[in-house]
Design a protein around this ligand. Structure first.
Ligand SMILES: [Zn+2]
Length: 107
């Protein structure tokens, strides 16, 4: 999984300060404003196609810290099928501070 993250970080030209893979209870991942990203260990048991959605989502937060129009259009540009792949699990996709409450309402 770290390899997948590295590949996407290079593609998106972002440099996460720190990437952790750990046990998380409610979210698939989270991203802090300081550039630290945490992924839920359970992703290792998920299909690679879903894992990829979460990885791209979190890495894009390093470019766009919210879920506004720009964020969505970048998601659509890099992973056009992300919504289908996440199969309704978008709501617990990430716990990025401040970014989510707004977009959770419009999902
Ligand atoms: Zn997010």
């Amino acid at each position: 999984m770290r390899e997948e993250i590295r590949r996407w970080a290079a593609k998106l030209k972002v440099k996460p300060r720190r990437v952790q893979i750990q046990r998380m209870t409610t979210k698939w991942a989270s991203c802090s404003t300081s550039g630290r990203i945490c992924f839920n260990m359970e992703l290792l048991d998920e299909p690679a196609s879903f894992r990829e959605v979460v990885i791209v989502h979190e890495l894009l937060h390093l470019l766009v810290p919210n879920h506004g129009k720009l964020f969505k259009s970048l998601m659509n540009a890099y992973l056009p099928e992300w919504e289908a792949r996440s199969a309704g699990r978008v709501s617990r996709l990430c716990g990025t501070s401040g970014a989510h409450s707004r977009s959770d309402r419009t999902r």
